[in-house]
Design a protein around this ligand. Structure first.
Ligand SMILES: Cc1cc2nc3c(=O)[nH]c(=O)nc-3n(C[C@H](O)[C@H](O)[C@H](O)COP(=O)(O)OP(=O)(O)OC[C@H]3O[C@@H](n4cnc5c(N)ncnc54)[C@H](O)[C@@H]3O)c2cc1C
Length: 503
């Protein structure tokens, strides 16, 4: 192996995937994690008999050839036990009309969408065509966003005449696709798209890039799909961690990185951490893969040097990312209407649309006969982080009441039936994940900053690499795994190693 040492910062899904891929190639990898457990936004916590998924509650990419499946096969570990969501989501637009089911079965979904959005076949057909072009393109391993000749070579190699057909839409939004197909007057469809796209792109339809949106709208349906993990989301990170350790990787939990410095004499990176007993330690390596939101570099890197200054300026101008409000509750299962799917999206004015996840009987999250209910909504982080303590606590209580009321009304839960309830705000996420102001979900996938126009995994600082949800293709455990694969391919290619992960 022509590379000796790599430090990976952060043991979320992006960091674990990067670290496991590198260790399998024989690199000496040290994984530094501030928390006492792996998983980050896809981790879990326990309250008595209940297990709660902190953020991610469902995963894409478990189908044959999907990103998690490919990576697990490559790493020679089994995928965690999971079941495909045959009804991926029930969407209630709050308009008094019937709810929309996102079926895994494509024929059922086609029938469902025709019933709810008649006369919009042209829009859906265009999305499917664009998705098929995108998917074939992605399978050929392009580098987005390219920064040097190797990256550009990979990108050009992946292009085909049919890829060019999607080029005229490179700067369009999903709303432009609606206009192009004459469907822009269907306000119910637009409302549905706004809700669904926000979950993936952080943006509504008029600000979601058409080429990105066309693909994420297929996520729930065959041949793709969404999966519910048995036990908890933690199993995904635990499996990756086991592969990493098996291949000789070293993990340092409760080691918070506080600074990054490149040493002039040796060309190595020096990474400073604070240990659990408040000691400062230094680690050194040839390469550093940083999986934290890139805004963290503003505090971690010293600002001297022209390249550094202009790069830090670019990072300081990144748009504000969203935060999340998450309610974690538990109930007797009999208090919840029977027959609901485990994921529901509910349109609501305040605190905004809710994404609800209900545990399945016997899935390991609650004792038999009981269920966990998690509901999340997007929020602005700045608002929460700037509140003085007392006001913050009051606001948090008000939000908890608002979210429980919404859930009680929608799920027809009799009052005072909760066995457990608590709230997380951007402040909680800042504490749990170390993300500045509790930003989650990465940068919005809008036409000016997705894919080819996004932040590159290759930084201008030699030996410093980025991956995670701010790098193409964005958030989600599948998205950050894809970004990890991309950055490790780039890093290894620089050392003359061609990493190939089979389909
Ligand atoms: C409420 C919510 C719901 C979501 N739902 C879904 C879903 O259903 N499906 C889905 O696929 N995705 C979902 N996501 C998104 C998904 O969870 C994330 O995109 C993904 O897990 C991010 O992984 P990551 O490794 O890039 O970052 P993170 O998970 O944030 O990992 C970064 C790691 O770095 C560590 N760290 C931070 N600072 C330091 C430091 N200074 N030193 C050392 N370590 C540090 C953190 O502790 C953390 O473990 C959701 C996210 C949220 C917040």
């Amino acid at each position: 192996m022509p590379i000796n040492s790599v430090i990976v910062i952060g043991a979320g899904i992006a960091g674990l995937t990067s670290a496991a891929l590198l260790a399998k190639e024989g690199a000496h990898v040290q994984l530094l994690e501030a928390h006492n457990q792996p998983g980050g936004c896809a981790g879990t916590f326990k309250r008595g008999r209940f297990v709660f998924d902190v953020g991610a509650t469902q995963v894409a990419g478990f189908e044959r050839g999907g990103i998690h499946e490919r990576l697990f096969r490559h790493l020679k570990i089994s995928l965690p036990e999971a079941e495909v969501l045959d009804r991926a989501c029930l969407v209630d637009l709050g308009d008094g009309l019937s709810q929309i089911t996102l079926w895994h079965d494509y024929k059922l979904w086609e029938k469902e969408r025709r019933r709810h959005f008649p006369g919009t076949d042209q829009f859906w057909d265009l999305c499917t065509q664009l998705h098929e072009i995108n998917w074939a393109f992605v399978k050929r391993g392009p580098v987005l966003t390219p920064r040097n000749s190797w990256d550009l070579g990979q990108l050009l190699k992946a292009l085909r005449p049919e890829t060019m057909l999607s080029l005229p839409l490179i700067k369009s939004s999903v709303t432009d696709l609606l206009k192009l197909t004459g469907c822009e007057k269907d306000t119910r469809l637009l409302h549905f798209l706004d809700l669904q796209l926000k979950l993936y792109s952080q943006e509504p339809a008029n600000r979601t890039a058409a080429l990105y949106g066309a693909t994420v709208l297929q996520m729930a349906h065959k041949p793709l799909g969404l999966w519910h993990l048995k036990g908890s989301m933690q199993n995904l990170s635990n499996s990756l961690l086991s592969a990493f350790k098996r291949d000789g990787g070293q993990t340092f939990f409760r080691h918070r990185v506080v600074s990054l410095k490149s040493l002039k004499e040796s060309g190595l990176w020096e990474v400073q951490v604070i240990t659990p007993d408040r000691k400062i330690l230094q680690f050194q390596s040839e390469e550093v893969v940083c999986t934290l939101p890139p805004q963290c570099l503003l505090n971690l890197l010293p600002s001297e040097g022209d390249i550094r200054k202009s790069y830090l300026k670019q990072l300081s101008q990144l748009p504000q990312a969203s935060g999340a409000l998450v309610f974690y509750g538990a109930l007797e299962r009999s208090a919840i209407p029977a027959g609901l799917p485990s994921h529901i999206q509910l349109s609501a004015e305040a605190p905004g649309p809710l994404f609800i996840s209900i545990s399945r009987e016997g899935d390991g999250r609650a004792p038999l006969g009981q269920a966990t209910v998690i509901a999340s909504a997007f929020t602005s982080t700045f608002e929460w982080c700037s509140l003085p303590d007392q006001k913050y606590q009051k606001q948090k209580r008000l939000m908890q009441v608002a979210m429980t009321r919404l859930l009680e009304k929608f799920l027809e839960i009799p009052n005072h039936q909760w066995l457990h309830q608590e709230m997380a705000t951007p402040r909680s996420f800042a504490r749990w994940t170390g993300r500045p102001h509790g930003i989650v979900g990465g940068l919005g996938q809008n036409p000016s900053q997705y894919g080819p126009f996004g932040l590159s995994s290759r930084t201008p600082l030699k030996g410093l690499w980025l991956c995670g949800d701010c790098i193409h293709p964005g958030e989600g455990t599948a998205g950050v795994s894809q970004s990890a694969l991309l950055v490790i391919r780039q890093l290894l290619a620089q050392r003359g190693v061609d990493l190939h992960v089979d389909y």
